[in-house]
Design a protein around this ligand. Structure first.
Ligand code: NDP
Length: 280
């Protein structure tokens, strides 16, 4: 676990990454465009790289605002022989392009994604995803690290997929909270109930995933047309209460399209077909 590590980019996240490496006993080198942001880490035992080139000796973690900043910074740095782990957030196309670019310049390149906030870095709760060549060094100091495969775009793809989950759950909860507030129920009263529903639905995923992977959707629990009737209540209730009905309408519109295509007697995950192609 004592691989020397460099951290390039000492914003909120990069600082947390560098601190976790220091705490775990990695010899840690840091570099930031605005050098003053390294002061606290240097006081804690990090070595300050005088130039970006000096930070590229061992395993270099890169955590900047976006991929264009990464290309801008590393473009002239001389990457031959470097090992880069780019934990900057982006999409899978950017990750694949940057991997090809870095490899062309002689670097070993792993892409990654951080599904965590800075304060959780260094704990098991911090999920760090990696993709690209399998690493022969240990980044476990950062949290729960998973290597997803050789395709460098995978970490970003999982990251973006996870964002969809996060915001969909939050939006669903906010919709329900807005509905209940009209009856004087406050958010804190509804939250534990909503949490239980979200956790219960999460338990359905493995079984539903099996249906998707088999491409067969027998209605074991309920048929889509039964679900669609409940969706109509959700839309009508929102409209009657005078709260926003956009999300309920979107949910119902997707089910209606699948029913119109002849899938009303099948189970909910048959809707994967609506998600696999662009909507209207
Ligand atoms: P900050 O805005 O705090 O830091 C941005 C960093 O990028 C700074 O070190 C900044 O340097 C550097 N930078 C930007 N442009 C350039 C450039 N052209 N050349 C050199 N350095 C540059 O952002 P965060 O640390 O919060 O986020 C960094 C990455 O981590 C992002 O991709 C973000 O999506 C991801 N992330 C962040 C999370 C969070 O909760 N903060 C959660 C999950 C992922 P300077 O100090 O000189 O401005």
């Amino acid at each position: 676990t004592n691989t020397p590590i460099s951290v390039v980019g000492l914003g909120l996240m990069g600082t947390a990454l560098a601190r976790a490496f220091l705490k775990a006993g990695h010899p840690t080198t840091v570099w930031n465009r605005t050098a003053a942001k390294a002061d606290a880490l240097v006081a804690e035992g990090a070595r300050l790289a005088p130039t970006i080139g000096d930070a590229l000796g061992g395993v270099t973690i890169v955590c900047l605002t976006d991929y264009s900043a990464v290309r801008e910074l590393l473009g002239d740095a001389g990457l031959d022989g470097a090992t880069l782990v780019n934990l900057t957030s982006g999409d899978s196309a950017q990750a694949r392009e940057t991997a090809a670019w870095a490899e062309k310049h002689g670097a070993r390149y792993l892409d990654g994604a951080i599904m965590a906030i800075p304060s959780s870095i260094g704990t098991d709760e911090a999920v760090i995803l990696l993709s690209g060549p399998r690493p022969d060094f240990d980044l476990g100091a950062l949290g729960t690290v998973s290597h997803l495969g050789e395709d460098p775009g995978l970490a970003s793809l999982y990251d973006v997929a996870g964002l969809t989950m996060m915001w969909s759950v939050l939006n669903a909860w906010l919709q329900g909270t807005a509905m209940l507030k009209t009856a004087g129920v406050d958010a804190a009263t509804y939250a534990p109930f909503a949490r239980q529903i979200a956790a219960g639905v999460a338990d359905w995923l493995p079984g539903y995933a099996e249906q998707i992977d088999k491409g067969s959707f027998p209605a074991e629990v309920s048929a889509l047309e039964t679900d669609a009737r409940a969706m109509a209540h959700m839309v009508e209730e929102s409209e009657a209460l005078g709260v926003n009905a956009e999300l309920p309408k979107l949910i119902k519109a997707m089910a209606d399209r699948a029913i119109a295509a002849g899938h009303g007697g099948e189970q909910y995950p048959v809707l994967i077909r609506e998600f696999e192609r662009p909507g209207s």
